[in-house]
Design a protein around this ligand. Sequence first.
Ligand SMILES: N[C@@H](CS(=O)O)C(=O)O
Ligand SMILES: [Fe+2]
Length: 302
Amino acid sequence: MKRVSQQQQQQCIKRREAPTTTMDEDDNERQQLMPWPTKRPCSRVTQEQVQRDVDGDDCSSTVQAIRGYCRKRNMPSDVYRPVVQQDADRCSGGKFRLTDLISELHRVFAEDRVNVEYVQYLMESYRSDPAEWLKYAKFNKFRYTRNLVDAGNGKFNLMVLCWGEGDGSSIHNHPESDCIMKMLAGQLTEVRFAWPEKSAVDGDDVDEDDQQLQPMCEIGRTLLETDGVCHINDTMGLHRVENASHTDKAVSLHLYCPPFEECSTFNQQTGHKTMAKSAFWSIYGEKVSKKRAEEHVPADDN
Ligand SMILES: N[C@@H](CS(=O)O)C(=O)O
Ligand SMILES: [Fe+2]
């Protein structure tokens, strides 16, 4: 992840805002070739392998690092299965695939309480392999698309978002939800904003429609590159996401816990808030019909 100056970004961003996805271009979606990133290896350590590693081969430092990671965050390392970012050629553990990530998410979310930092760590541990997510990457030429990968057990959902050149979301919140977002291909800029101020005169009771209209305050800007991860929830602020590139598409993986179907979008100049529905462009790799898009997302076992 690297920070970029506001000026740099403003020079090259042509945004097409699309806070929500409507399903009126069934025949217009694009399925063009992406500038896929080169594959980077990653391995999942089994218990046997952890033992081998601790017994002294090359990977022991990685295992120690994982244990340190868990200890620092008061996460029991026997509960949280280690996922390591190391070269599969050096240590013969299997690759940590998208399906492994999903299985581990189901295991973690089966519990009553979930450690969001650990979920972020899992998202970071997965190394993007286009072959694993290509079937979800369905583009639309007018706006970014949301493509459901897994509906979780109702406690989270996982989706692939496809961003054409210049696509962007409006400033929005993530109601009562943690959003963990990972780049799968290309680059996106995440721009964060403070919540609009309520009228100082009227205090907290002010009706939202009557709040003072003033430009929203940008509080941060991060360029996310392939495999980069960021985390936001409503206590951390609002954001919008932009593909500033005029030549490359981008693909990101978003986990929301819990899932939400509506959010608020905000006018950057005035702070005015509007409700928006969040729809899927495809579900489990199948394009959603206009009619079905208006229905609820199917349960996990459909
Ligand atoms: N949260 C947005 C994507 S992004 O711009 O963070 C969505 O779910 O559509
Ligand atoms: Fe978002």
